[in-house]
Design a protein around this ligand. Structure first.
Ligand SMILES: NC(=O)c1ccc[n+]([C@@H]2O[C@H](COP(=O)([O-])OP(=O)(O)OC[C@H]3O[C@@H](n4cnc5c(N)ncnc54)[C@H](O)[C@@H]3O)[C@@H](O)[C@H]2O)c1
Length: 253
């Protein structure tokens, strides 16, 4: 697929990776429907990318809300479609141990902490993918490409049970979509970034982050542009489906 001609929906578009994907896609001339629950961030995005060669449309959307997802995807296909690329980048983390100790007492991870992350990172990806793929199939959009942002944490990471499970689920779901949707000309692939310099890392303890960066063979954080290079590759390589690209400076080795 030529990136210059595509019409993409990008979730999590107001910040970090999603914002960079919008910049890269509109910079290449693509039409982008940028969605996020952060309305102010979307307004900043629209102001910053106003001069880009491609068109940008922004829409407030919580990917965990089925009614909102259905309405916005229908609107995107109706007004700016047919959409042929979906990038699911919206995501959060709420780290914690399964069993925590507080001065000799123990407490398990609250169900709400588990659900919040699984809802945003996995169920949101499912809802967006279902609505977009349904219309791609109905409207015979060929080729179509779904790109889901997972994480190297999908292999398991202490303190991230909820996030690791959600991100592993994202890859399993992506592989399943690739199998089910290949007959319709739709590809699905994932990207598992390592530590990338975006606002999501701002909440982390800088000392801890420094220790983690020391474990990266390339000894630095990745940039959002380096993850966009993966998005571009997946869009443009028509023989790539069902796989997860690890862009992590060698961390997962
Ligand atoms: N930055 C990293 O080091 C890193 C590493 C591995 C994976 N990831 C993944 O990459 C993706 C993007 O992360 P980022 O670094 O850009 O983070 P970020 O916090 O900068 O951006 C995430 C965006 O998602 C939006 N969002 C969150 N929940 C939402 C919801 N329910 N509905 C709509 N929008 C929602 C937020 O408002 C925000 O704009 C996430 O899925 C994250 O898990 C990031």
């Amino acid at each position: 697929m030529r990136i210059t001609d595509c019409r993409a929906i990008v979730t999590g578009a107001a910040s970090g990776l999603g914002r960079e994907f919008c910049a890269g896609l509109t910079g290449a001339g693509a039409t982008v429907v940028a969605v996020d629950k952060d309305e102010r961030g979307l307004a900043r995005l629209a102001a910053d990318l106003g001069e880009a060669p491609g068109d940008l449309h922004t829409y407030r959307l919580d990917v965990t809300r089925e009614d909102e997802v259905t309405a916005v995807v229908a609107k995107a296909f109706g007004e700016w479609g047919p959409i042929d690329v979906l990038v699911n980048s919206a995501g959060i983390y709420r780290d914690g141990l399964l069993v925590n100790s507080y001065g000799g007492r123990y407490a398990g991870m609250p169900l709400a902490q588990w659900r919040t992350v699984v809802d945003a990172d996995l169920t949101g990806t499912f809802l967006m993918s279902r609505e977009v793929c349904l219309r791609m199939v109905e409207q015979r959009v060929r080729p179509g490409v779904i790109i889901n942002i997972s994480s190297i944490s999908r292999a398991g990471n202490a303190g991230q049970g909820n996030y690791a499970a959600a991100k592993a689920g994202v890859v399993a779901f992506t592989r399943t979509m690739a199998l089910e949707l290949a007959p319709y000309g739709i590809r699905a692939a994932a990207i598992a970034p390592g530590f990338i310099d975006t606002p999501i890392l701002a909440a982390m303890d800088p000392a801890k982050l420094g220790e983690w960066v020391d474990t990266v063979p390339l000894r630095r954080l990745g940039t959002p542009q380096e993850i966009f290079a993966g998005v571009r590759f997946i869009i443009e390589c028509d023989y790539f489906t069902g796989r997860c690209l690890e862009i992590d400076g060698g961390l997962a080795i």
